[in-house]
Write a protein that binds this ligand. Structure first.
Ligand SMILES: *[C@@H]1O[C@H](CO)[C@@H](O)[C@H](O)[C@H]1NC(C)=O
Ligand SMILES: *[C@@H]1O[C@H](CO)[C@@H](O)[C@H](O)[C@H]1NC(C)=O
Ligand SMILES: *[C@@H]1O[C@H](CO)[C@@H](O)[C@H](O)[C@H]1NC(C)=O
Ligand SMILES: *[C@@H]1O[C@H](CO)[C@@H](O)[C@H](O)[C@H]1NC(C)=O
Ligand SMILES: *[C@@H]1O[C@H](CO)[C@@H](O)[C@H](O)[C@H]1NC(C)=O
Ligand SMILES: *[C@@H]1O[C@H](CO)[C@@H](O)[C@H](O)[C@H]1NC(C)=O
Length: 680
């Protein structure tokens, strides 16, 4: 059968294509080459099923992680007399042979994480006895159970660092680490450990870093590892932690007890080195051990009579720099509790149930002075620089609160119920006439630089609220309906650099911002502004967010000034007018970043409110302003129309023809608008 010449050519082309494709298929993607240098070889994720051959003799550092190795046996393993570091993580290792490991006499770091060494654990453990010089061993995620581990460590006398997270250990029997008495760092996190027998850890005289995080510990009865520096007990079920006064100090510097069920502040006498203490996510309801506790705790509390007043504990924490008490159930914050912590810099009591800040541990009946104007009489002041109290139910901070914290630089008071006083209301704050909302004075706080009053249901700022407080940043966001009269921010003109007024639903009359001549960052998003406050025009803004307002345009004149400093501007969610986008030209000419331009729209009011994407300049005509050039243009246009109209008149006797294209463009525009709408 003959085919037409054209079809034959096509067939040939197809054939050629197929042949070429097959050839291409034969040249399989080569396994990614190992990266080599004389002493370092990396074959990470190279699809290897066996140990690579032809390795340089002098290789010291070999990475074989993420391959498919199953069996490390003598016959396959070249003698690598210089190898010091071998990474075999994430393979499928089930068996390791001793003679194989014996060919690596210099090995001091062996990473075997994410394999399956619990298979053949007896043989594997025997093989490990060849690793006499090993100092760092990673056995994480290997399905190991408590009884298997001792065997592996039987004779690793040089071991310093051991990683066992992600296994199936349920207890630590006495003597489990006997074979590696020089351990310095031990990670046992993410197991099922419920029980630590006496004698399991005590032999480790050099142990400095211990993680028992993510286990199931309920109780640590006698804690005696005095040489420990870092102890991580987070994510357990501890109700009690502490130790009793004994001989000699503890060297602990970092203690993480977050995510437990502690009922009280831990008893840590003689913890003179502790710098970081994390107690977040517990159920601590009082710092005062003699306070009334919920009935169900009373018995338990009496049982712990040997634990003395927590004041005793606090007194020894002279080096504590960071204390996290967030996510507990504290109702009172007795500032005197912290007085002995001379180094405390950062204190978080966020997300508790604080209603009051008190001086004393005990909330005495009668509470405040008769005047309601107690003063901080302690000669000791607290050293805290940064305090987080967000997410509580604080209604007022007494004036002495700031007197007690003379070095305070930053405080987060978001999500509380505070009302700031005006700066003209004198020093008294918590007092006031009966029935009036007590307010908190934020003026005259000599070192306060960062203040958040986000989500406090603020409605009205009073004049000079922050006067003589050298704020650099102020967050007043999410106070729906907030009014900021002009005088409210007075006093911050030469200091404030960052201001957040996000999500306040403020209209133009409620956002009177004075000229803040240091302001760099301003967030006005989520309000109802149709004009930007004029005071801003003199600020050297670098970042401005005006998204989700009611702005028809941005003020071109101000932008010209801002373009010298402005780097980024967010603007989506405003009903910009499509006619009058000169300001956009100004911004784009100045290369200001507009990260949400692709989501911004404009409305074309002369075409029944069609919206279009701002980024694709809408194609519709705009009414021209009446200046000389446009007049000329109009005249010319009229002339043309007239001529064409006459022509059409002469041809058809009707003048409508000229206007016929109009609805078409409109329909096209409609299509585009619809298209852009579906994108949103
Ligand atoms: C490992 O390999 C050796 C030699 O190739 C073999 O004798 C042994 O049975 C293998 N072991 C396992 C558990 O596959
Ligand atoms: C304690 O361990 C947890 C879980 O591994 C970890 O997230 C946390 O950062 C650790 N804490 C410290 C202080 O290192
Ligand atoms: C305390 O622990 C929690 C939870 O593990 C963590 O989110 C927080 O950052 C820690 N605090 C400090 C000060 O490190
Ligand atoms: C608690 O400690 C104080 C000294 O700090 C001591 O006077 C008091 O007797 C102790 N109380 C108990 C119950 O041990
Ligand atoms: C109450 O205030 C007055 C004046 O402000 C002062 O003289 C007096 O000592 C105060 N009383 C108390 C109990 O603080
Ligand atoms: C266009 O939008 C404005 C403001 O939303 C509204 O007042 C006006 O009625 C709209 N016009 C048309 C034709 O939809």
């Amino acid at each position: 059968m003959r085919s037409a010449p054209g079809a034959g050519c096509l067939l040939l082309c197809l054939l050629l294509a197929i042949v070429r494709a097959q050839a291409g298929g034969e040249v399989k993607p080569r396994p990614p080459l190992c990266q080599q240098s004389p002493t370092k070889v990396s074959c990470r994720a190279a699809g290897l099923h066996s140990f690579p051959e032809d390795l340089p003799r002098g290789v010291k550092h070999l990475e074989l992680s993420h391959n498919l190795l199953q069996n490390l046996s003598e016959s396959r393993l070249p003698a690598l007399g210089q190898l010091e570091h071998l990474d075999l993580r994430s393979n499928r290792l089930v068996a390791i042979s001793g003679p194989a490991l014996a060919r690596l006499p210099q090995l001091h770091s062996l990473l075997l994480g994410s394999n399956s060494l619990h298979h053949n654990y007896r043989d594997n453990a025997v093989a490990f006895s060849a690793l006499r010089g090993i100092e760092v061993l990673d056995l994480s995620d290997n399905g190991l159970e408590s009884h298997m581990v001792g065997g592996f460590l039987g004779s690793l006398a040089a071991l310093r660092v051991l990683h066992l997270p992600g296994n199936r250990l349920s207890q630590l029997p006495a003597g489990i680490f006997q074979g590696s008495p020089r351990l310095r760092e031990l990670d046992l996190s993410n197991n099922y450990i419920m029980d630590i027998e006496e004698g399991a850890l005590e032999a480790l005289r050099e142990l400095a870093v211990l993680s028992l995080a993510l286990n199931s510990l309920h109780c640590l009865s006698s804690f005696s590892l005095r040489q420990l520096q870092v102890l991580n007990l987070s994510h357990n079920a501890l109700e009690l932690f502490g130790w009793e006064e004994g001989q000699g100090p503890y060297l602990l510097q970092v203690l993480d007890l977050s995510h437990n069920r502690l009922l009280s502040f831990p008893q840590l006498p003689a913890a003179h080195h502790l710098m970081h203490l994390n107690l977040s996510h517990n159920t601590i309801s009082s710092l005062d051990p003699s306070s009334h506790r919920p009935a169900q705790f009373v018995l338990l509390y009496e049982e712990m009579a040997s634990f003395n007043a927590s004041l005793g504990t606090a007194a020894s924490l002279t080096h504590l720099a960071e204390l996290d008490l967030s996510y507990n159930c504290l109702q009172l914050l007795p500032l005197l509790f912290f007085r002995a912590m001379h180094s405390l810099f950062t204190l978080s009591v966020a997300m508790n149930c604080l209603q009051d800040i008190t001086m004393e541990l005990l909330a005495r009946d009668g509470g405040e002075d008769r005047n309601g104007t107690a003063t901080w009489q302690e000669d000791t002041v607290l050293s805290v620089r940064s305090m987080d109290l967000h997410g509580n139910a604080i209604r007022t901070l007494p004036r002495w609160f700031f007197d007690a914290l003379p070095q305070l630089e930053a405080i987060d008071l978001g999500s509380n119920s505070l009302q700031p006083c005006g700066g003209d209301m004198g020093g008294t704050s918590a007092g006031g006439s009966l029935g009036a909302e007590p307010c908190t004075a934020f003026h005259n706080i000599p070192h306060l630089q960062h203040l958040s009053l986000r989500r406090n249901s603020l409605t009205q700022l009073l004049p000079h609220t922050f006067i003589r407080t050298p704020l650099l940043s102020l967050d007043l966001s999410e106070n729906r309906g907030l009014a900021v009269p002009r005088a409210a921010l007075e006093g911050l003109e030469h200091s404030l650099q960052q201001l957040w007024l996000r999500g306040n639903h403020m209209d133009n009359s409620r956002a009177e911002i004075p000229c803040l001549d240091e302001l760099r960052v301003l967030d006005l998003s989520g309000n109802r502004l149709s004009l930007l406050p004029k005071g801003l025009f003199c600020s050297p803004l670098q970042t401005l967010d005006v998204s989700n307002n009611e702005l028809p345009a941005l003020p071109e004149q101000a932008l010209v000034g801002w373009t010298r400093s402005l780097q980024a501007l967010c603007l989506a969610g405003n009903p910009f007018h499509c006619c009058g986008l000169g300001w956009l030209d100004v911004l784009q000419a100045a290369a200001v970043q507009l990260p949400d331009l692709h989501r911004a729209h404009c409305t074309h009011h002369s075409i029944t409110n069609r919206t279009a994407l701002l980024s694709s300049r809408p194609p519709w005509p705009c009414p021209q302003p009446w200046d000389g050039s446009s007049l000329l243009l109009l005249a010319a246009l009229l002339g043309v129309l007239l001529c064409m109209g006459c022509g059409v008149c002469r041809l058809r006797g009707r003048g409508v023809g000229v206007l016929q294209p109009q609805p078409q463009t409109e329909r096209a525009a409609e299509g585009e608008a619809a298209h852009s709408d579906t994108k949103v």
